[in-house]
Design a protein around this ligand. Structure first.
Ligand code: HEM
Ligand code: HEM
Length: 126
């Protein structure tokens, strides 16, 4: 999970470079869009796989009740925001400019929640 969060941070960096160029009315850096999407897609996919594996492992290996931890709750918020950001990202890719601010906002909230989940996840480690 730590690796996928680092990948998402790299995607955010590329996304913010695009945003800065757009706000300064400069052309976006060469290759920035491709780099952003190339990093963001696997990051979101890995995070969603990890999100599904978490409760399976918690129930089957630890005998816990699913989603009974702060980590589980914050992780669910993060996963939901990443999924919604990815949907808006797809729309942006297809030219739907109206999705831009929702994409940026959702991806920011998603990363923040993922960082909080990471902090709340370390205490759960065996
Ligand atoms: C499947 C996942 C994703 C796809 C398909 C996607 C796609 C895109 C596209 C097409 C753009 C517009 C680029 C341009 O104007 O040339 C964009 C912008 C952006 N993306 Fe993503 N993205 C994804 C995930 C993420 C994630 C995970 C983050 C952050 C962690 C993120 C943060 C941003 C930001 C900050 C921008 C700039 C928005 C602006 O111009 O105001 N994206 N994304
Ligand atoms: C470095 C980051 C993370 C660490 C160290 C971590 C660690 C853990 C651990 C140790 C468990 C208990 C499962 C077990 O050991 O059997 C767990 C469960 C879980 N994790 Fe994570 N995790 C991290 C990030 C995330 C993120 C980013 C998400 C969401 C996108 C997430 C979602 C979940 C969920 C939903 C559960 C099930 C908890 C429950 O049912 O209450 N985790 N995680």
């Amino acid at each position: 999970m730590l690796c996928s969060i680092v990948l998402a941070l790299a995607a955010l960096r590329a996304g913010l470079a695009i945003r800065r160029a757009r706000l300064a009315r400069r052309p976006r850096p060469r290759g920035a869009r491709q780099r952003h999407v190339r990093l963001a897609k696997p990051a979101v996919a890995l995070i969603l796989v990890g999100f599904m594996a978490g409760p399976v492992s918690a129930v089957l290996l630890r005998g816990w009740t699913a989603f009974a931890t702060l980590h589980g709750v914050v992780g669910t918020i993060a996963a939901g925001c990443f999924a919604a950001a990815a949907i808006h990202g797809r729309r942006l890719q297809r030219g739907g400019e109206a999705s831009r601010s929702a994409h940026a906002l959702l991806s920011g909230i998603a990363l923040l929640a993922a960082a909080l989940a990471a902090v709340a996840g370390f205490v759960l480690l065996p």
